[in-house]
Design a protein around this ligand. Structure first.
Ligand code: ADP
Length: 358
């Protein structure tokens, strides 16, 4: 720790604190996550080791880069590139939302990072505004892999973990014991709606209230979840007769353009099997209609090139760019095989847009 001068505390979590520090040999600003003492608490140790293991493996321009990890006086320290803001800060500054353009730029980068994680069989499990770092130039970096989980090839029971309630998927709320990558997609949908409106979409006060708020907008849970609910005496009584009065997203966001609502709808399917995967969402007409990805990827790469020329990050540049490009090129190849998702149908003298997506 002698190499680092502590400047201020930038974040506090359940596992320790994050400090803004100066790396004395290079004078560069970094973020240092200092875990609570590990000797006394086995779960702290587990979280720290899991985060280190995953971050060593994951390299992408929209994921926070870990510079080094070490142990010092019974504590784990993780050193990261420093990012000067979070999506939470942006939302606090914009009570009416970030606007469609900015929301699209932010969610595109979140999806790119999550698509990369999912391809590497890693579920983040705690996507929320505090864990989305955003630089002053608009470059997004997902952080906090303390809750993330590696998916095994066999169907393994998942632990009942506590992710932030407002972004929790229905399968977690009804206590489904097998869940996977769709939990991140749900959280991304909630995040997107919040960016667009400035208000959290489902701000539940308890777990039951959370499920109520969801059902009120999106309707009944899927049949598998209904079965689970009927077996749960606490939840069963609370949900009787509540599910047919849903509002639906079209009515809630009637003032949004159709592709934008459709994009959100694909993230917020009650049945996790029907939710789009990250790659499908990246190809959604919400992004592709005006060639946004082609233009925006160039801007992003320019920002990343500058960022990775700094003394501490230089040695990671090649690996980060290579693994990002690898993920993108697979995408681009697939994209050429996908037919156009939109068609125009003339019906009753009115021009009706029809979406040919799953
Ligand atoms: P915890 O697992 O203890 O919640 P996080 O990794 O989520 O810790 O970090 C907590 C907070 O610290 C984040 O919400 C963010 O505000 C800040 N933070 C984390 N990493 C960085 C970073 N690399 N640069 C700047 N701030 C960061």
């Amino acid at each position: 720790m002698e190499k680092y001068e502590q400047l201020s505390v930038v974040g506090e979590g359940s596992y320790g604190i994050v400090m803004k520090c100066r790396h004395l040999p290079t004078n560069q600003i970094v973020a240092v996550k200092k875990f609570l003492e590990t000797e006394e608490d086995a779960s702290n140790r587990k979280v720290a080791i899991r985060e280190i293991r995953l971050l060593k493996r994951l390299k992408h321009e929209n994921l926070v880069t870990m510079i080094e990890a070490f142990r010092h006086r019974k504590r784990f320290y993780l050193v990261f590139e420093f990012v000067d803001g979070t999506l939470m800060d942006e939302l606090e500054r914009a009570p009416l939302g970030l606007g469609e353009q900015k929301s699209r730029e932010r969610i595109f980068q979140v999806l790119r990072a999550i698509s990369y994680c999912h391809k590497n069989r890693i579920v983040h499990r705690d996507i929320k505004p505090e864990n989305i770092l955003v630089s002053s130039k608009g470059l997004v970096k997902i952080c906090d892999f303390g809750f993330a989980r590696i998916l095994s090839v066999s169907r393994e029971l998942c632990t009942q973990y506590v992710a932030t309630r407002w972004y929790r998927a229905p399968e977690l709320l009804v206590g489904e014991r097998y869940y996977g990558t769709p939990v991140d997609i749900w959280a991304i949908g909630c995040l997107f709606a919040e960016m667009m409106t400035g208000e959290p979409l489902f701000p539940g006060k308890t777990d039951i209230d959370q499920l109520h708020l969801i059902v009120k907008v999106l309707g009944k849970p899927c049949s598998r979840h209904q079965k689970l609910l009927s077996k749960n005496s606490q939840l069963r009584t609370k949900f009787k007769g509540k599910s047919d009065t849903s509002i639906d997203l079209n009515r809630l966001f009637y003032y949004w353009p159709l592709p934008t609502i459709n994009f959100l709808d694909k993230c917020l399917k009650m049945d996790p099997h029907k939710r789009f995967i990250a790659d499908e969402l990246l190809k959604h007409v919400f992004f592709t209609a005006d060639q946004f990805p082609t233009r925006f990827l160039i801007t992003l790469r320019e920002m990343v090139e500058i960022e990775f020329n700094s003394p501490l990050l230089k040695s990671f540049k090649h690996e980060v760019l290579r693994s990002t490009d690898k993920a993108d090129s697979v995408e681009q190849r697939k994209m050429q095989q996908i037919p156009s998702l939109w068609s125009i149908t003339l019906k009753d003298n009115s021009l009706k847009r029809k979406l040919f997506v799953k």
